[in-house]
Design a protein around this ligand. Structure first.
Ligand SMILES: Nc1nc2c(ncn2[C@@H]2O[C@H](COP(=O)(O)OP(=O)(O)O)[C@@H](O)[C@H]2O)c(=O)[nH]1
Ligand SMILES: [Mg+2]
Length: 283
């Protein structure tokens, strides 16, 4: 299925109207994409609504938990560049044990998308920032989408988006996705981050020297058990924290297999040309 990009919607391609130029919704046609963008966020922040606005698909949206049990994929073209968009299950954290959270965590950690958009609820910013910080621990390539701005306005909540971006060190874009507001700015920002026209310098908590030394010691052990595992430092932190699931998964080879699976999934059947091979090489 390939979208025609019609602003009125199209009976032959079956996709929803393209709400704005210069986006072409491609629906399920993810072939030949150049970049992978992931949508992460707490449940009910509007991830699937953003996904639908960009791809023209009709992922289920609604006010009930567990609806995106696996990741959904779609595609779009922006300024002649093809993007694959992955709608991840809602997650409050990347550390806990639920299946939804594992799907999101594994994809961000090991699938290594070119950009992670963290969709947050403008009416509940503080709670949502927990996940933003966790994602920014894993990747520099993050954009924060402050969604539900219309709801926030209705409740008299004003958010200083530039100041938030300044504090976080990554671009922040405000949206009211259900009505398409801010979506052109969001995708332009994602494109800029991926192309290196905007650089991200995520704010991270300083690591105490002792902890850094311990992590430096553990990283080679992680690499010896799971050669080529991306984000070995993140795994080392979890081991030092005493995360038993991670420890087991590393010992029994599950983690290595997982990274391989995610890498294959990101490359897809269409053989995206990437430099992932290089970035997966052991440090
Ligand atoms: N008022 C308003 N509602 C929204 C907006 N974005 C999403 N919603 C609604 O919020 C609910 C959850 O959205 P959904 O996309 O399913 O969230 P997800 O769980 O993060 O995928 C749905 O009822 C959407 O229609 C928005 O910008 N404004
Ligand atoms: Mg959803």
């Amino acid at each position: 299925m390939s979208g025609c990009g019609s602003a009125q919607g199209c009976s032959s391609c079956g996709l929803a109207p393209t709400p704005f130029a210069p986006l072409t919704q491609l629906g399920l046609n993810v072939s030949g994409y150049a970049h992978v963008v992931a949508l992460a966020g707490n449940p009910n922040t509007g991830k699937s609504t953003v996904f639908n606005a960009l791809t023209g698909l009709r992922q289920h949206t609604g006010n009930w938990p567990g609806k995106t049990v696996t990741r959904a994929e779609g595609a779009f073209i922006h300024q002649n560049v093809r993007y694959k968009l992955v709608d991840l299950p809602g997650t409050y954290s990347l550390l806990s044990a639920s299946t939804d959270e594992e799907v999101a965590r594994d994809f961000i950690l090991f699938g290594r998308p070119d950009c992670v958009v963290v969709v947050v609820d403008a009416t509940n910013l503080e709670r949502n920032l927990n996940l933003v910080f966790q994602v920014m621990e894993i990747t520099n390539q993050a954009v924060v989408c402050v969604n539900l701005l219309d709801e926030a306005r209705r409740k008299g909540i004003a958010i200083d988006l530039p100041a938030l971006g300044e504090r976080l060190g990554v671009p922040v874009v405000g949206t009211a996705a259900r009505r398409g507001e801010g979506i052109p700015e969001l995708i332009a920002t994602v494109a800029d981050v991926i192309a290196g026209r905007r650089t991200c310098a995520p704010r991270r908590l300083p690591t105490p020297d002792k902890l850094r030394a311990a992590v430096d010691e553990v990283v080679p052990l992680v690499h010896s058990l799971a050669p080529g595992l991306p984000n070995a430092r993140w795994v080392a932190y979890r081991l030092i924290e005493g995360d038993l699931r991670i420890r087991r998964a590393l010992a029994n080879g599950e983690l290595a297999a997982l990274a391989e699976r995610e890498r294959a999934a990101v490359r897809g059947h269409d053989g995206r040309t990437t430099d992932l091979e290089e970035t997966l090489a052991p440090a």
